[in-house]
Ligand binder design. Sequence first.
Ligand code: PMP
Length: 407
Amino acid sequence: MLDAYASKPPLPRQYAENLLVMEKGRGCRISDRSGREYLDMGAGIAVNSLGYGRLDLAEIAAKQMRKLIHVSNLFTTGPALELAEKIIAAGPPRGSTSKFEAVHFGNSGSEANETALKYARLYASDKRGDGHHGFLAFSGGFHGRTMGALSLTANTQYRLPFNPLIPGALILPLNDEEALRNTLDESFAAVIIEPIQGEGGLHKPNEAFVRTLNALCRQYDVLLITDEIQSGLGRCGELYASSLVGLEPDIITLAKPLAAGLPLSAVLIPSKINQLLKPGLHATTFGGGPLTTAVASATWDLLNDPVFMEEVNRKGAFLESLLNEGLKSLGIPGEVRGIGMLRGLHLVDEKYDSSWCNKVLKKTLEAGLIILKSGLDVLRLAPPLVISYDELTEGVHILFDTIKEAI
Ligand code: PMP
């Protein structure tokens, strides 16, 4: 039998020394090359919202590959147009006055944020001239690993080894209204914020902070970018997570579940930015190709369905109650964080630190369950949105059995 782990793989050492080699998936379970099965409550880090082994999507992909796999960005294709039209037709986040006119497709979350930042600089220099290029982000935020997105990613471990990053990038404490008021002015091109922080501990901006942020961005004509790469597209029980916290974005970035596991991102832009764009100003070779957009168009219909979304909300509430029950049974002070199907468990004691969380992740994996970490000391669950109630119960039971052994 093949060893499930690849030892000394010819992959860069930023990844684990021993990587589990995954082979196939069906529903919410994936198996490694030795045949061992895992219940996946990480969904490829909030990507595989529709689960694995989707024959409906595989059929669309295969058909599109046979028909036309790629064209240069001197052309477009039916699937790209169809998807962009669906995204625009869906309208802005519920309750917001945002208005989107066009969608720029890319290949990854980082690329989407890079694009959003470039658009914001273009807008600020057009409206206010040179020197209005600042970017503001918040503690706990994660926006990607490319130089621009990394400049606004709070975690210093990710950021500092690569200094100097882009000039004018500033990170303020999340929910510090006073710092925000004292800092934000017309010298900034954009503010980027996650409606709920996927990587940074599942914190979210509070109501008063959001109100001030919306108002200051309007006052100084600073573009507000909501990074919904992890929290959007139904993960939190809404098409856009901005609506759950009251953010009124000028730009939204999307990626992870957009093409159900194929690499695709989207930047939603308003007319005032679209008007400034000229041919050749910004582009990508692969972004928005016919294969990814054909799959994404079908994925969009499945995710943006009110009946489906209602069920996601029911499952999210069920998951929350399972986690609260589990926490109670531990008898340790703690907190269940998150919204919908993006949830975290934080145990309040120094003992339950980063290395303790890593131990729990390793043990749950041994017990046949994949979960994630968020921030230093939060256990994160982001299961496929199609997971069953029984699977949620099974996963949370494995999690708490593991935690009980580890405390
Ligand atoms: N923004 C957020 C909120 C994310 O969670 C991530 C990925 N974890 C990114 C941006 C970067 O996306 P990618 O890895 O596709 O570049």
